[in-house]
Design a protein around this ligand. Structure first.
Ligand SMILES: Nc1ncnc2c1ncn2[C@@H]1O[C@H](COP(=O)(O)OP(=O)(O)OP(=O)(O)O)[C@@H](O)[C@H]1O
Length: 506
C-alpha cells in the first residue's frame, strides 16, 4: 500500500495546514527574493510540513527543486555547481539565459532545499558549516534550509539567512486533514477516532497520518476502539506522568502517579532519564540523576535476586526522588522523547560498558555505575556534537552504541554522521601516532594535572579530543586547531550556547 504521507503530500502551499502565518511569510520570501536574495530557514518539529512547504512553494512558483542533505560532505560542491558564484549568471536546468541574478525569467529558477541544516559541522567535513554559509551568502538561486533546532545551526549560518518558524500543528488543524484522507480513501470514520489520533500525535501531522493508515489497514471504517492501542497509546499515558514528576507534583503525589501508570519501574526510569535534561536546570538535574542512579541500583537488585518487592524502592527514587530534586513547579510544554534503546538495551549496554571499561582501564561495574551515566548526561541527544564524536571515537562506538548512550535514534543521519566522524578521527590519530602509539591515548598535551584530576580515562579522552572549544589552544592536533580557527561558524561563542557549564563536568 502506498505511504499516505507521500500520497497526500501538499502540492500547493494552500494545502499546507496549520501554519498560516509561516506559510504567508514563506510565500512573501519567495515573491521578493529578487530584492533581498537571502536564503531562508524553515525550522520546527519533525512532521509539521517544512519540507512539504518548500516543495509546494516551488510548485506554486513554477520553480524546479533540488533537494540536498546539508550535512552531506558533497553538498557544498553540489551547491557550488548549482547555485554558487559560477551559476550566478547562468540558468539552472540547462536553459541558456535568464534566471537567477541576471535575468527576469524567474520561472526558470531552481529552489535548492537543504535538509538537516542543524546537523552541519565544520571540523571534520571539508564541506562543513563555513563552506555552506559562504555558498548560501553568494548563491545565485533561492535556498531553503530545513532544521528542527534553529539554535543548533551555526551563528554564521543564522546571520546569513532569514528565519521562519513552523509550529506544531494543533489537533484542530490535524483532524480535517485526517478527515480528507478518509474521504479520499473511502473510509468511514467516527470523529472521535480522528480526534484521538490527532491528540495522540502532539503536533506531528506526519505521525497522525501514519497512525491513521496503520489503524485502517485492511478495513473500510474506523472507530475509537480501532485506534491503535500499541506503543503510541502507552506513551500517551506516560506524558501526564512525565509532566507530573518533572513539572507539577510533590514527591508524594508523583509517587502516587507512578503507581497509576501501567508501566514497569524500569520503563518509568528510562522515560524520566531520557527527558529530565529537557526540563530541569543543571543543578536540579544533578540531584535527579543521583536519585535515578539509586533507582538503577534497586532495579539491579531486582534482576539479581528476582525479588520484585524491591521495585517500590526503585519507584520511590525514580518518581518521588526526581520530583523532589526539582525547585518548585515548572510550566510550558515539552516534546518528550521516547527512549530509543528499548529492545536492544541490555545487550548494547553490556557491549558499551565493556568498551568503556577496556578503554579506561576501570572495571565493568565502575564503567556501568559511574562512567556511563556521566557520558549519558554530557552527550544527551548528541549535544554537544563534538563531544559526542570524541566519545564515540574514544570508545569506538557504533551507531547502536552512540544511540544507546545519547538516547538519539539509531537510524538518524545525526548518529550515522557522528560515527563516521569518530571513525575518521580514530584513523587520523592512528596515523599520527603510528610511531609506537597505536593505543588510542594520544601524546601528552602537557596538562598532566588536569588529567590526573579527571575522574577516569573517559573524561580524559573526551577532554583531549578537542571536545571543549576552549581547549583548542592546547590541543596537540594542529589540523583541528587550524580547522576550527578558520571556521568562523564554529566560534567558541556559538558552541558555548550549548555547552554552558560543560567544563564543570570534565
Ligand atoms: N502542515 C501540513 N499540511 C499538510 N500535510 C502535512 C503537513 N505537515 C506534514 N504533513 C504530512 O506529513 C508528511 C511529512 O511532512 P514533511 O516532510 O513536510 O514534514 P517536515 O516538517 O519537513 O518534517 P522533517 O523535519 O521530519 O523533515 C507530508 O508528506 C504530509 O503528508
Amino acid at each position: 500500500m502506498a505511504d499516505w504521507t507521500e500520497k497526500y503530500r501538499p502540492s500547493t502551499l494552500s494545502e499546507v495546514r496549520g501554519n498560516d502565518k509561516a506559510r504567508d511569510a514563506f510565500a512573501e520570501w519567495a515573491r521578493s527574493w529578487d530584492d533581498h536574495r537571502e536564503a531562508v530557514v524553515l525550522h520546527g518539529s519533525p512532521g509539521v510540513g517544512k519540507t512539504s512547504a518548500a516543495h509546494a512553494l516551488a510548485n506554486d512558483m513554477g520553480w524546479e527543486t533540488v533537494e540536498l542533505n546539508a550535512s552531506d560532505q558533497r553538498t557544498a560542491d553540489v551547491i557550488e555547481r548549482f547555485a554558487g558564484r559560477a551559476a550566478r549568471n547562468a540558468t539552472l536546468g540547462g536553459s541558456a539565459a535568464g534566471g537567477g541574478a541576471a535575468g527576469g525569467d524567474t520561472a526558470s529558477r531552481q529552489l535548492v532545499i537543504l535538509d538537516e541544516a542543524d546537523n552541519i559541522h565544520g571540523n571534520y567535513d571539508r564541506g562543513g558549516a563555513s563552506a555552506i554559509t559562504e555558498l548560501v551568502k553568494e548563491s545565485g538561486q533561492p535556498i531553503v534550509l530545513i532544521a528542527n533546532d534553529y539554535y543548533d545551526m551555526s551563528r554564521g549560518l543564522r546571520n546569513a539567512t532569514q528565519e521562519i518558524e513552523f509550529r506544531d500543528v494543533s489537533a484542530r488543524s490535524i483532524v480535517p486533514v485526517l478527515r480528507d484522507v478518509c474521504r479520499k480513501e473511502g473510509i468511514e470514520f467516527e470523529s472521535d477516532a480522528l480526534q484521538r489520533i490527532a491528540e495522540g500525535n502532539r503536533g506531528d501531522l506526519r505521525g497522525a497520518i501514519n497512525d491513521l493508515q496503520a489503524a485502517t489497514q485492511g478495513r473500510d471504517s474506523i472507530t475509537v476502539g480501532d485506534v491503535v492501542t500499541g506503543d503510541r497509546d502507552k506513551a500517551l499515558g506516560l506524558f501526564p506522568f512525565l509532566d507530573a514528576v518533572l513539572k507539577e507534583e510533590s514527591a508524594e503525589e508523583a509517587l502516587q502517579s507512578a503507581y497509576a501508570v501501567d508501566e514497569t519501574p524500569d520503563d518509568l526510569m528510562r522515560w524520566l532519564e531520557n527527558n529530565v535534561l529537557d526540563v530541569y536546570e543543571p543543578a536540579e538535574a544533578v540531584r535527579a540523576y543521583d536519585f535515578l542512579a539509586n533507582a538503577d541500583v534497586w532495579l539491579g537488585r531486582v534482576r539479581a535476586t528476582q525479588n520484585y518487592s524491591y521495585w517500590r524502592y526503585a519507584t520511590d527514587n525514580a518518581a518521588a526522588g526526581v520530583a523532589a530534586a526539582r525547585d518548585g513547579e515548572k510550566g510550558g510544554w515539552t516534546r518528550y522523547g521516547r527512549p530509543q534503546f528499548w529492545s536492544s538495551s541490555d545487550a548494547t549496554a553490556d557491549e558499551v560498558v565493556g568498551k568503556i571499561a577496556a578503554a579506561s582501564g576501570c572495571s565493568v561495574a565502575t564503567a556501568r555505575r559511574e562512567v556511563l551515566p556521566f557520558l549519558q548526561a554530557v552527550t544527551h541527544h548528541c549535544k554537544p556534537r563534538e563531544l559526542t564524536v570524541a566519545m564515540a571515537a574514544a570508545y569506538d562506538l557504533d551507531e547502536e552504541g552512540v544511540a544507546f548512550v545519547t538516547g538519539s535514534g539509531e537510524s538518524t543521519n545525526k548518529v550515522a554522521s557522528i560515527v563516521e566522524d569518530a571513525q575518521a578521527r580514530r584513523d587520523e590519530l592512528i596515523e599520527e601516532h603510528a610511531d609506537g602509539a597505536f593505543a588510542f591515548d594520544g601524546p601528552d598535551r602537557g596538562d598532566d594535572e588536569g588529567d590526573a584530576d579527571a575522574p577516569n580515562g573517559a573524561a580524559r579522552d573526551g577532554d583531549r579530543d578537542d571536545a571543549d572549544p576552549d581547549d583548542s589552544e592546547t590541543t596537540p592536533d594542529g589540523t583541528d586547531r587550524s580547522d576550527s580557527a578558520s571556521d568562523d561558524d564554529l566560534s567558541t561563542e556559538d558552541d558555548d550556547d550549548d555547552q554552558a557549564g560543560l567544563t564543570d563536568f570534565m
